[in-house]
Ligand binder design. Structure first.
Ligand SMILES: [Cu+2]
Length: 143
């Protein structure tokens, strides 16, 4: 009797752990959009220091850690493709998080061609379902 109880308890713990490891994306209205307001695709930016203005419609911005329906925070992907959309967004120099709820981001990029793309995610940095991401644009910093 006691042994059966232990097995049941372990199974329940396993189910909980499994549920946390394979995170469930939070729903997002299908008409929600994120988009880069500035810079434009192909923009030439002498000096490479600029502000990215991040647009959002059909959803709201909330700081990381605040769980609220139909909200999330912005991320900028710099010189990288979209990460796996069923996992937490990495946090490194190519995946920038704006977890305070910022809608503008200051970047400094060296001379060359760079790509920028926005990806929206929930309070745990996990993209929504459907995922919200912008078109990937290219900017040019002249030598
Ligand atoms: Cu994040």
């Amino acid at each position: 009797m006691k042994q059966t109880g232990l097995i049941v308890t372990l199974a329940a713990a396993g189910a909980l752990f499994g549920g946390a490891a394979v995170a469930d994306p939070k729903p997002m209205p299908p008409d929600a959009r994120v988009y880069i307001i500035w810079p434009a695709d192909g923009q030439v930016i002498p000096g490479g220091k600029f502000w990215v203005r991040m647009g959002l419609s059909g959803a709201g911005v909330a700081p990381a850690g605040i769980e609220k329906a139909n909200t999330g925070h912005h991320h900028l992907l710099v010189d990288v493709d979209l990460p796996p959309l069923d996992q937490e967004i990495p946090n490194d120099k190519n995946h920038l998080h704006y977890g305070l709820g910022q809608t503008e981001a200051h970047l400094e990029l060296p001379p060359g061609r760079h790509t920028l793309q926005m990806l929206f995610a929930d309070d745990t940095h996990l993209p929504h379902n459907p995922p919200l991401y912008s078109k990937k644009i290219t900017i040019i910093v002249p030598p």
